[in-house]
Ligand binder design. Structure first.
Ligand SMILES: [Zn+2]
Ligand SMILES: [Zn+2]
Length: 333
């Protein structure tokens, strides 16, 4: 096994000292998080290997020590405090220490791009911070453990916090921070890429900017109450997605979607009817030949009439399906 400094010298022989990095003073260790030199405080130790990637050999195997600077210590405490305000998120993650670690990574990203740190987070905001920000977080220690990155000097620390991430790296963090912030801005209209919801016919959905409320489905026309051999590419809104993913045992998915709209909790259909009811003549917007989206969901049929009919009948009405069949004619041209 080679001496670590010789190994490092060998590895770095062809490298120029990276931007934003300086040599450590003898008493200093780098902050494991942001990378600045820290002269006092607890040492944290990580396993670290120096590997020659070209020759695929381990040049040195050992440990490397860091400290944590006051700013990064404070941010970690903030993550801990915030997580305790959302016990549901904590339960979902399971381990409190993993939860704090993930949220702490999310806050690192905000700190690295100079974004003010949140003093409160909703459960949803916290989940998003963990899913959007944490995966892109970068820590100084990750350049050395478990394997020393090419160009990373064990005898160096950051000139100033985060600068070593470099312009491209910081641009990635900034994009993630902007996406996370966009979830808390006023919603915008997302227009269906295929004109409207293939089932209920609504043209746009109001949702936060980064949301992707439309989902593309490739459907046989019969699933939309239509005919013909050609598979249709449609987009469905979220309530219609649920109906198509989990249709009632009888009837087509499009019938399930209409019933879910006029009778969301299934109360009007009654316990016995839910499995029996079949609506005749129900078609999805995509098979009507229309090009303009509906102003209201299902306006190419007559959802109000379907609802009135359901309200006026008890369960197990034999004639109901036929009546419904005659009542689904459009309410909007
Ligand atoms: Zn730090
Ligand atoms: Zn829909």
């Amino acid at each position: 096994m080679t001496d670590p400094n010789t190994a490092e010298a060998e590895l770095l022989a062809s490298h120029v000292r990276p931007f934003g990095v300086r040599a450590l003073n003898p008493e200093e260790r780098p902050c494991a998080v942001c990378g600045v030199g820290v002269s006092s405080g607890e040492l944290v130790e990580f396993d670290s290997q120096i590997v020659d990637r070209t020759r695929r050999i381990v040049l040195h195997e050992g440990t490397i020590t860091f400290r944590t600077c006051p700013d990064c210590t404070e941010r970690h405490r903030l993550a801990d405090g915030l997580l305790w305000t959302q016990p549901a998120v904590q339960r979902q993650i399971g381990s409190p220490s993993i939860g704090v670690h993930r949220l702490s990574l999310a806050l690192d990203v905000l700190a690295a791009v100079g974004q003010p740190l949140p003093t409160h987070l909703s459960a949803e905001g916290m989940r998003r911070a963990i899913s959007v920000l944490s995966p892109v977080a970068r820590r100084w220690s990750s350049r050395f453990a478990p394997v020393v990155e090419e160009g990373a000097l064990r005898t160096s620390c950051a000139d100033s916090p985060w600068e070593w991430i470099g312009a491209d790296g910081l641009a990635d963090l900034r994009r993630a921070a902007a996406e996370w912030l966009a979830w808390s801005l006023p919603p915008v209209d997302h227009v269906s890429p295929t004109g409207a919801c293939g089932a209920c016919g609504i043209g746009s959905i109001s949702a936060p900017r980064p949301a992707r409320p439309w989902v593309e489905y490739r459907l046989h026309p019969s699933m939309l109450g239509g005919s013909g051999p050609r598979v249709l590419v449609v987009n469905l809104c979220q309530p219609c997605q649920r109906a198509f993913d989990d249709p009632l045992p009888t009837g087509s998915p499009v019938q399930t979607a209409l019933l879910a709209h006029v009778d969301p909790d299934g109360r009007l259909r009654g316990a016995n009817m839910a499995g029996d009811l079949e609506l005749l003549g129900v078609v999805g917007w995509a098979v009507t030949g229309r090009t303009k989206p509906n102003r209201q969901p299902w306006a190419h049929l007559n959802p109000a009439a379907v609802r009135r009919l359901l309200e006026g009948h008890g369960s197990n009405d034999d004639g109901l399906a036929d009546l419904l069949g005659r009542l689904v004619g459009g309410s909007e041209s």
